[in-house]
Structure formats: C-alpha cells, structure tokens
Design a protein around this ligand. Sequence first.
Ligand code: F6P
Length: 538
Amino acid sequence: MSLHKINPTKTKAWKKLIEQKDNLSTETLNSLFSKESNRLNYLSIKWDCFDVDFSKNILNEKTFNLLTELAEECKISDSIKMLFNGDEINETEERSVLHTELRNFKTSNSSIMADREKIKSFSSKIIDGTIKGYTGKKFTDVVNIGIGGSDLGPKMAIEALKFYKNSLNIHFISNVDGDHTEEVLKTLNPETTFFIVVSKTFTTQETLTNANLAKKWIEKKLDTKEIQNHFCAISTNIDAVKDFGINENYIFKMYDFVGGRFSMWGSVGLSISISIGYDNFKKFLIGAEKMDKHFKESPIEKNIPICLALIGIWNSNFLGSHTQGIIPYTEYLNLLPNYLQQSMMESNGKNIDRSGERINYSTGNIIWGGTGTNTQHAFFQLIHQGDKLIPCDFIGFKKSLHGNKDSHNKLMSNYVGQMQALMKGRSLNEIVSEMESKNMDEETINKNANFKVFDGNKPTTSILIDQLNPESLGMLISMYEHIVFTKGVIWNIFSFDQWGVELGKVLASKLLTEIESGEIGNHDHSTESHLKKLKNIS
Ligand code: F6P
C-alpha cells in the first residue's frame, strides 16, 4: 500500500480551521487562559517520564478538535499502520521505511538481530581492549568519519549522553575540510586510534576523502600497510567497503529501508555503543521503541507526536510562522537543533505533493535553536520583541545529572520564566505603573516606556522530562521522528527521499574537474569569476 494522496487544503477540517483562525483573531494566550480553565486537560499529555504541555499555543478547544479531525481526514492512523507494516511509503525511491524495526526488540528480521549482537560484541571488545591496534595497544580514541545522517545522530547522542560515557574519546570528522581533518588527527596517537567509516552509499565525496586521509595517516605514522585493525565500516555498499580495504569481519550493514537521517538505531549507532557501552545503547533503543508503541497505539488527542505535529501545522499553515525554535535547557542537548535540522528539513522541505503536483501551502519549517539560558542572551530579543512569530519547543529536565540543586533551580526557573514571559508579555500600563512606582518623572516615562513593552502572545510548547538518560533520549528522538512523519502525511509530501541535495553535488563534482585542471568552462559571469579567482587567472 502507498500513502493516501489527500490535499490537506481540500479537507473539511482545513476549511473550518481557516474560519477558526479568523474567529480567534481577537484572542490572545492571556484571554484564552482566562476563559478556559480546562486548557491543561486537553492541551497537555502525561506519558511515562514525559510531561508535554502545549497549552501555551494560540488555539482553543474547537481549534484543537478541528486539528484532530484534519489528522483523521488525512488518514493518519492508516498511514501509521503502513509505516510499521513496512509498506513502500518511500515511493520515489521504491523503498519501505523501517527505522523503527532497528529498535524493535520483537523483530522477526534475523539480520537486524544479528547486527545488534555484532554491535554488542564489537563495542565491548573495543572498550575492554580485546580488539587492539597494529602495535598491540588498546584503543583510547575512536573517530567517526561520515556526514549528514552518518554523523549528526551519533554526534548528538554521544554529546547528550556524555554523563554515561566511558574513558574512550569519540571524535567526529564530517566536512571535506582538510584543515578540520588535520586538526582532529594532530591531537591523536595513531597507535591507539580506531576509525569508523560510515556511509550508506560509500560514494559520498566528503567521507571517502576523509577516510583516505585517515588511511594514509595510519600507514605513514605506523609505517605499515597492515592497517585493517584500525578501521571498520558501516554501509550498504559492501563491495566498495571491501575495495577500500576493510577487514570483512569489521563490516557492519545498513539497509535501503532506513534513511541516513533515521539510522542511528542500528549499526550507525556503533560509536554510541562504544561511548556508553551496549547496555546503555540498548536502553536508548528501548526508549525509542516505547515511543513507537505510544505513537502506534494512543488515540490522536493523547498522542504526543501527533498532537505536536498538529500544533506545528496550526502555527505554520494558519498562523503564518515559518520557523521553529528548539531550545533545550541543558548543555548536553546542544547539538539537538543541528540534528533536528537534518531530520526535519531534509525530510519535509518539499514543494511537490504526493501526486507530483506543485504545492501551494507552506511545508517544512526552518529549524534552528540553541540551549537555554545561553540563547536568552543571544537571540531571544527577537523572539520577544521582533516582528516574527517564532513558536519554540522548550525541552527541560526535572532533575539534573550531577545534582547541583542551586544551578538546576536557576536553570529551570529560566525555563518556566521565559515561557511565561513569551506568553504574558508586559503591557504599556504595567510598565508605566512600575516606572511611576520608582518615582520616575513623566518625561522619562514618556520617552522610554514604549521600548519596554512586550506584546507576549508568543507560542511555546514545553517538553518536560524526568531526567536525561539513554532511555529518555531515545523517547525524545523517536518523538521528533514521528512528528516529522505525521507532518509529512498531512502535508501530502514524501518525507523519506531527499532529491534536493543532488544538484549541488553534481555541479560541485563538475567544477572540481575544472578547478583541478585549470580549464575553466563557460558559466554565468559570477561562477566563472569565482573559478578564475581560485586559480589566480585574470
Ligand atoms: O546529502 C544528503 C545525504 O544523502 C544524507 O541524506 C545522508 O545522510 C548523507 O548525505 C550521507 O550519505 P552517506 O551515508 O551515503 O554517505
């Protein structure tokens, strides 16, 4: 079965939602909160260690009900079944979409089960030193070479779970930027460094360039061609991996039915398992699997990923926001916005619908963000007083990991305080009264008061979790994956291909030939002048 091809703007619910937008035009978050004492009942969900509160979004009960009708009319339940059944819902690449199978502990796929065993045994052997380098030394450093989905997920998860890590240092090289590669390598001892080369296709320019640099570095520094103990590879392209010279026992599989950006639950997660140990990696998968079950089985109005996707659609398609802020209140999640950029923007940045027609409504948002409180001192000014509507996800934890209560109380008072400030704002009257209470003169008040006004009415969603651990991180990432899926279903687009990244690759490879040979072809004037400047040709 393939996903339904329903134009969301033609549904009854969409039309009613447009009316609903007009009906709500005079309401604000403050007025909605004073009218509806039951907001938290229908606009929040408590599940497992998650407390999700989306009541600070500009909608009322009628809007919420219409949004759930929209999900029904767009056949979300059917679509979820197709996803988990392994139907070929990635139509343009003729593939199933089964990243959820990588974390399904009841899977009947023996290959996936075998991969898990291999991850377990391989990571244990790297950690305990059974697998050693060419000179017989235990590895101290592991370098993951990959880009996009072969980099961002493991990098984010290892950073997020730093508290649980062992003594091995994990590094990441992704860009085809020789300076960065050299900067990483220069800190490492070749005798004790192990490389994981991750590439689904094993044709990616960046990854192959860096893998070759790493290979030469080991060969040169150890003065040997016997480098096999220093490398493993993760790919679908087993022949290319063998050609590169990887030991057959050190090859891990990827699958066509798992997109790069959804792949860290399988072999791509090897660096995670090496960093925190397989038992913790397993908990990470278990957390994701629990969220899968919640997504599969919960009714729409109590289903966290569906509700948050609907809120996102309301904010972008009806209230006109184009971006979404991701603000985790923990430094451990500082790479989450980068990771979600690929997950959400590569998946849902599409302008052609599932029938092949050009879309005339808004789809994938611009995703950006950073950690609170740092971002409060950076870009929050624009969210509070700028002219753009920027809904933000706030992600916080009830308990810290090292137990510093004083810092955590301060951190979380900012978490709650910012959301409250964004919602309530500060009126001119309040400001004038406050200035008067400080005995300021009328002239100063008239001159300055306007600048201090906060309109408020800025939407936020709070995802409050008990504590950051492998399991809750698994839940969080799986939640965002299902939000991506749900939005894609409703927007009537294909979320699991990424044709938009191809053109740049093709042009770069043609231009590389010209840069290398110095024979500059005919291009537009700007391109031509760039190429000439690079080659010092006047
Ligand atoms: O350029 C985009 C992309 O194809 C991503 O989707 C993918 O995660 C990344 O490149 C890396 O690809 P590969 O794992 O095949 O090297």
